[in-house]
Design a protein around this ligand. Structure first.
Ligand SMILES: O=C(O)[C@H](O)[C@@H](O)[C@H](O)[C@H](O)COP(=O)(O)O
Length: 242
């Protein structure tokens, strides 16, 4: 892991400012009709980041030129707390002036197989094509203590070889049905940024970053954008055994 791909933060404000500056700098170089496409992470870690952006940068981004997607979603209705969409809505979307047509919710309440297919179509229709596959401008990923990312869990490394853009998955502990983008889509992004906090993630972060033997059991180990950039953004606790 090249050290320049690793940032240890003291405050989520650093990530918020860097994210806003990066998206604006990219949009400055895009043709006027081109959108910035981003796949957001779910879970709890993004909450503080989203809320900081909502409170400090709600008008600092041209939301009409940004399309929001998710890297994964739980197969639940969008109005319950388990929903990654609800988490994003409550902490970001409800505070920003983004056109509804720029929000591509994974409809987790629908039939998972059908929705995975429908979301794959949406990716193909809305993302730039690179290497013959849809390419996000930015994918934000979280990391589970078991080394999963998006909803690619241990034992499902086949989702890094799959030619599908999206797939269904099952949370190994809860049995919860999920829909996730696949490894090829993740690794076809222009930029992928892990945001990981907390001491509970420190061991898996260290094993992945230092490629220790056996770390290839972790799906996140295989995140390495073919033409893009990979960033690990950690707080001091998550970086505590590096
Ligand atoms: O739907 C999800 O839960 C996420 O996409 C998942 O990949 C998450 O990023 C990790 O499980 C970390 O979750 P926390 O941020 O809650 O630790």
């Amino acid at each position: 892991m090249a050290k320049e791909n690793l940032t240890i933060i003291n405050d989520i404000a650093e990530v918020a400012k860097e994210s806003v500056d990066y998206i604006n700098s990219q949009l400055e170089n895009f043709t006027p009709e081109r959108y910035f496409t981003i796949a957001l992470a779910g879970g709890n870690t993004p909450k503080k980041l989203f809320r900081h952006i909502a409170e400090n940068y709600a008008t600092a981004l041209p939301w009409n030129r940004i399309k929001l997607f998710w890297g994964d979603e739980r197969c639940v209705p969008p109005d319950i707390n388990e929903s990654n969409f609800k988490m994003t809505y409550d902490n970001l979307i409800k505070f920003i002036d983004i056109p509804p047509e720029n929000i591509f919710r994974i409809k987790g309440e629908n039939n998972p197989d059908e929705e995975a297919f429908n979301y794959s179509i949406a990716l193909g229709q809305n993302l730039r094509s690179r290497n013959g596959l849809p390419s996000f401008d930015l994918i934000m990923l979280g990391l589970g203590e078991d080394g999963h990312t998006a909803s690619i869990f241990p034992g499902r490394l086949d989702l890094f070889a799959s030619d599908e853009y999206c797939a269904t998955a099952i949370h190994p502990d809860t049995g919860q049905k999920r829909i996730t983008i696949t490894g090829k889509i993740i690794n076809n992004a222009a930029k992928v940024a892990f945001l990981v906090t907390g001491v509970k993630k420190a061991k898996v972060v260290s094993e992945i970053l230092y490629r220790v033997p056996g770390a290839d059991k972790y799906p996140a180990y295989f995140v390495n954008p073919v033409n893009g950039k990979l960033r690990w953004i950690l707080d001091a606790e998550a970086a505590s055994v590096l």
